[in-house]
Design a protein around this ligand. Structure first.
Ligand SMILES: [Ca+2]
Ligand SMILES: [Ca+2]
Length: 203
């Protein structure tokens, strides 16, 4: 066997190895794209299609709508367990309505929480292409420390700020559950009688 023949064989094997490497790399890219599309699609989802989630929440201790006191920042979580959660920030208008564009299409559990309320959940919501209207009901006020439980820790925050108005040193907006600029009996009256927990996705 000549040296030239052997060199040609080595070259051929190297080329073959590169080609094999390229094929494996392409396969890996395809797999990654497929898994990403699947995660994006939810259960019944269509990869690449997007939806708009438009929700409504009711807030306690507020004047009739429309009112600026119905405007509140929300954290919205969309999830199909055990897939990772998607978290969005939204803000309600004077009617308690909000919209989040560009969410995935599919069937998801959705939770909504404000900084000093418990979360409200809506399970197995089918999000279709276009606008999807979802009512989340009442966000229960009283979670001053934001841990999604209303208990003695929240009462302690309320008591520490009790009797104050916005602008005063001890005023704490976390304890102003009805957002009227005062921490008083109206806020205390919104607290539930017993320890209460917010809903959770994938408990
Ligand atoms: Ca709490
Ligand atoms: Ca208040």
């Amino acid at each position: 066997m000549s040296l030239g023949f052997l060199r040609a064989q080595v070259l051929h094997l190297r080329k073959g190895g590169r080609a094999l490497g390229l094929i494996v790399a392409l396969l890996l890219v395809c797999l990654l794209l497929a898994s990403s599309s699947l995660a994006d699609a939810g259960v019944n989802g269509s990869p690449g299609k997007r939806a708009m989630l438009c929700g409504h929440v009711d807030l306690q201790g507020r004047p009739p709508v429309p009112s600026g006191r119905w405007t509140i920042k929300l954290t919205v979580i969309i999830r199909h367990c055990p897939q990772p959660a998607r978290e969005y920030q939204a803000e309600t208008n004077a009617w308690g309505d909000f919209c989040i564009p560009n969410v995935p299409v599919g069937t998801f559990d959705i939770s909504v929480k404000a900084f000093n309320t418990l979360s409200a959940c809506n399970m197995a919501v089918e999000l279709k292409t276009g606008k999807n209207q979802v009512n989340f009901g009442t966000l229960l006020a009283g979670d001053a420390n934001g841990d999604n439980v209303i208990d003695g820790k929240d009462i302690a925050i309320l008591l520490a700020a009790y009797g104050t108005r916005r602008g005063q040193r001890r005023y704490d907006p976390r304890a102003d559950f009805n957002d009227d600029g005062k921490v008083d009996i109206a806020d205390a009256n919104l607290l539930p009688a017993t320890e209460t927990r917010g809903c959770q996705l994938c408990p």
